[in-house]
Design a protein around this ligand. Structure first.
Ligand SMILES: [Zn+2]
Length: 217
């Protein structure tokens, strides 16, 4: 049962195309698990389409139409790199973002409990990555200098604000300190999008801060 959802304003931004690619991927991943937000998204899209219908179409020169047609005819068919996953509920957007099978992804160890696998969305302002927290493991207390969106893909974690399971969507504002701890039962995999690097606030780990990478794009 999903308990944590994106704010409706975020869904409005998602539907109207106002979110950056990495943030939109997070909403899309959550929606693949959440019937409630899928329904709201559909209603917002319907509403948007109704509003568009009443707008007067601006005139388009014939030359523009011809050049669009020419580009369509000349563009090569897109190569799909969609990855097959054994898990039916695995978000389609993640399959598209991963260049290989989940089992074959490369993971960078950040601490003994945390590994990170970068995803590439083409979003130059946000880092998009999969975080793997070992069962029962804790990410040292940190903040982000920027906002962070997280969607739980498998397992679950808890922090001071709550307990989160598969499909839950978590939004943390800039400077909100937290220390997620994976549930004991299994490793936790999360999709995380941020616009600034992790910054450990726990004094034992602060020395690592200058070495923490931020890989947008
Ligand atoms: Zn939802």
């Amino acid at each position: 049962m999903i308990k944590h959802h994106p704010d409706v304003n975020l869904l409005v931004d998602y539907v109207s195309g106002n979110l950056s690619p990495a943030k939109a991927a997070c909403i899309s991943a959550h929606n693949s698990y959440c019937g409630i937000c899928r329904k709201t998204t559909f209603q917002l899209e319907t509403l948007g389409a109704e509003l568009f219908k009443d707008l007067e179409a601006p005139p388009v020169p014939t030359s523009t139409f011809d050049s669009v047609l020419a580009r369509l005819e000349n563009s090569p068919p897109r190569q799909s790199k969609q990855v097959e996953s054994k898990d039916e509920s695995f978000p389609l957007v993640l399959k598209k973002l991963m260049s290989k099978e989940f089992e074959d992804l490369e993971w960078r160890k950040v601490t003994s409990a945390l590994s990170v696998s970068q995803l590439h969305t083409g979003d130059l302002s946000h880092e998009c990555a999969l975080y793997q927290i070992a069962a029962g493991g804790k990410i040292p207390e940190h903040d982000h200098k920027g906002a962070e969106m997280t969607v739980v893909i498998s397992g679950g974690f808890s922090d001071r604000q709550g307990v989160y399971h598969k499909g839950d969507f978590i939004f943390r504002e800039k400077d909100q300190i937290h220390a997620p701890t994976a549930l004991e039962s299994e490793d936790c995999i999360c999709l995380a999008v941020s616009d600034a690097p992790l910054r450990f606030t726990d004094w034992k780990y602060r020395w690592m801060n200058p070495f923490l990478r931020f890989s947008a794009g």
